[in-house]
Design a protein around this ligand. Structure first.
Ligand SMILES: *[C@@H]1O[C@H](CO)[C@@H](O)[C@H](O)[C@H]1NC(C)=O
Ligand SMILES: *[C@@H]1O[C@H](CO)[C@@H](O)[C@H](O)[C@H]1NC(C)=O
Ligand SMILES: *[C@@H]1O[C@H](CO)[C@@H](O)[C@H](O)[C@H]1NC(C)=O
Length: 568
């Protein structure tokens, strides 16, 4: 990267750095029991602390959701960062670990309640010692009666100690839109220098230059439903839409192991391969999703019966097989899906480093395909952002072939994406120094104009972040979208764009695509700053295109020069 650009981007990151409000938690250090409530559980002070002299020991729980709590005051619409420490005092026999949450509970004035995870850590064991739960969030814009911050999660049989709870307001990035526009200008565009020489009898005032971007370089993709893609009724329209509006695709289901080998030994690669070959023939690049999925619910029954060396052998063979049959067809693989939220393979093998081994196996099977982690709760939510950064740094240091960070970006129902939080979370993840891909974007709003606003905000925040290298939607057509119409861009049998679709494709195909006509200055020199992609420059004289003077080229990072000689 150009040093000036790098400096400029650093300045943007620096400018938006955190300013923190006052501490909102009273006695967060548990030097006494003041201000904390222990309803239906037992709490006592202990010197087994994280800092200071004491911490709070929590025992006698009857439900997983019980834990010490404190009433706090939050302002609707404002942004906060929460932090707290927890240490387990026992493990649950036969269980891999405990999921632990720093939770915010709202009771609204209408009596309804809403519970929100501010910080989480899955699979915690006593051997982990003190675990940090942290994240940032925005408060729903609803009249609120009371708010509590509390710990929850572990099985009631597992006692724990908590310490150093903190909650502070953080400021929004007030100029986020300006920052987004500047980043887009700096990272998605380059200068095209056009030098035109003219024969003496050609008046430069009569010459016009048309700079037309024919193709976008920026990867824009979607999950592709293999049933819709291969359907007799809708397939034609579906494929035509894909080809017209996207240059990347992720067949979201048919490569998953629980799909390809639901019963042991009965392997179906055909649905995936048919779809992948079709997509590639259409000129789309394809992401592989995913080699294994560590969340237990998605591990097939037959696989859950295996352990030890047999499990290792079967997993390794699966990875080698599927990477072999898709060899040369895929650009990316998500290796171990949602590994912050599931560690089934590591737990079953009693091998915490098996997460690294999975990458080694995949990298060895095909060193050319780019390998990703893929996670939720890291950009659309913030409860796992810091853990994801740590995981990324760990993988990077282990040098196992990790290329980039997949951030899923499934926004909650009727939730307006908060651009400041998206930016702050991406800034955290960008510290890993790895490319970030938005891998599964969707927002949800019944009202299509509201949905259009939600998509636009999310897209400006991610496209306007310098670490983001590609964006993949998790579907576009209501009839093939896992969330149905409320997340869709296109709807009905005839696949009409709704307001959300019109907004999204206006951004990419109009606002973020270059198509400019300029009259030639008397100097004969013209600079056009264009979005990266394939270009054609056409020369017009007295309103008529001059044949054979057109130039085609690809604009990437770095300036591009074009010389044109008009001798009409
Ligand atoms: C975009 O970037 C170029 C090159 O750094 C700069 O000359 C131009 O002023 C910028 N445009 C806007 C609108 O910021
Ligand atoms: C890879 O697949 C091909 C068929 O596509 C097969 O002939 C070959 O034996 C496979 N190699 C491995 C290592 O499985
Ligand atoms: C544009 O250029 C290509 C080759 O570079 C040529 O085949 C084509 O005819 C040109 N088009 C016009 C309108 O001159």
């Amino acid at each position: 990267m150009d040093p000036a650009v790098r400096l400029f981007l650093l300045a943007l990151v620096f400018k938006s750095s955190e300013s923190l409000g006052d501490e909102l938690v009273k006695n967060g250090g548990f030097e006494s029991m003041d201000h904390w409530g222990c309803w239906q559980i037992q709490c006592s002070l202990t010197t087994d602390k994280h800092s200071g002299h004491h911490a709070l020991k929590v025992t006698g729980r009857h439900n997983w959701y019980e834990g010490p709590s404190q009433f706090i005051e939050l302002t609707p619409g404002h942004l906060y960062t929460a932090s707290g420490w927890v240490k387990l005092l026992s493990d649950q026999p036969g269980q891999p670990g405990q999921d632990v949450f720093l939770e915010i509970g709202y009771t609204y004035t209408d009596g309804s309640q809403y519970f929100f995870v501010a910080g989480s850590h899955n699979g915690v064991k006593t051997s982990d010692g003190w675990v940090h739960l942290t994240g940032n969030f925005d408060v729903p814009k609803k009249p609120t009666k009371e708010v509590r911050i509390y710990y929850q999660g572990p099985d009631p049989s597992v006692s724990f100690v908590v310490d150093d709870v903190s909650l502070k307001e953080i400021s929004p990035v007030s100029n986020w839109r300006h920052i987004s526009d500047s980043v887009i200008n700096q990272t998605r565009k380059s200068d095209i220098h056009i030098h035109v020489t003219t024969a003496s009898h050609v008046k430069r005032a009569d010459v016009e230059i048309h700079v037309l971007q024919k193709k976008r370089s920026f990867p824009l993709g979607t999950d592709v439903s293999y049933t819709a893609y291969n359907s007799n009724a809708a397939g034609g329209k579906f494929r035509a839409f894909l080809q017209r509006h996207f240059n990347w695709a992720t067949p979201g289901l048919p490569l998953k192991w629980h799909f390809t080998e639901q019963r042991r030994g009965q392997v179906n690669y055909q649905d995936a391969l048919t779809t992948i070959h079709g997509l590639r023939k259409q000129g789309l690049k394809v992401r592989g999703h995913n080699l294994v999925w560590s969340v237990k619910d998605y591990v097939q029954d037959w696989l859950q019966q295996l352990s030890g060396n047999e499990l290792r052998t079967v997993v390794k063979q699966h990875i080698i097989d599927i990477m072999n049959v898709t060899h040369g067809l895929l650009e990316h693989w998500d290796v171990n899906n949602e590994n912050l939220h599931g560690t089934w393979y590591q737990d079953t093998l009693h091998d915490p480093d098996y997460d690294l081994e999975l990458f080694r196996i995949a990298h060895h099977a095909d060193p050319n395909v780019k390998l990703f982690l893929n996670e939720y709760g890291v950009v659309a939510g913030g409860h796992s952002t810091n853990d994801y950064l740590k995981q990324a740094q760990h993988f990077k240091a282990a040098n196992v072939g990790l290329y980039g960070l997949g951030v899923q970006c499934h926004f909650p129902s009727e939730y307006a994406p908060e651009p400041s939080l998206i930016k702050k979370r991406l800034d955290v993840l960008a510290q890993a120094g790895l490319p970030i891909w938005v891998t599964e974007l969707d927002v949800q709003a019944q009202d299509e104009n509201r949905r259009a606003d939600f998509y636009e905000t999310a897209l400006r925040a991610v496209y306007g972040h310098p670490a983001v290298e590609g964006i993949v939607f998790w579907g576009f057509w209501d009839q093939a979208h896992w969330l149905g119409r409320k997340a869709s861009l296109v709807q009905g049998d005839d696949m009409q764009m709704n307001a959300a679709g019109r907004r999204v494709f206006d951004l990419f195909e109009n606002q973020w695509t270059t198509d400019e006509t300029h009259s030639l200055p008397t100097s004969g020199q013209l600079t056009v700053r264009g979005f990266h992609g394939d270009y054609e420059i056409r020369v017009m004289h007295q309103g008529r295109e001059l044949a054979n003077l057109n130039k085609t080229f690809t604009l990437a990072k770095g300036d591009h020069s074009v010389n044109i000689n008009v001798h009409q």
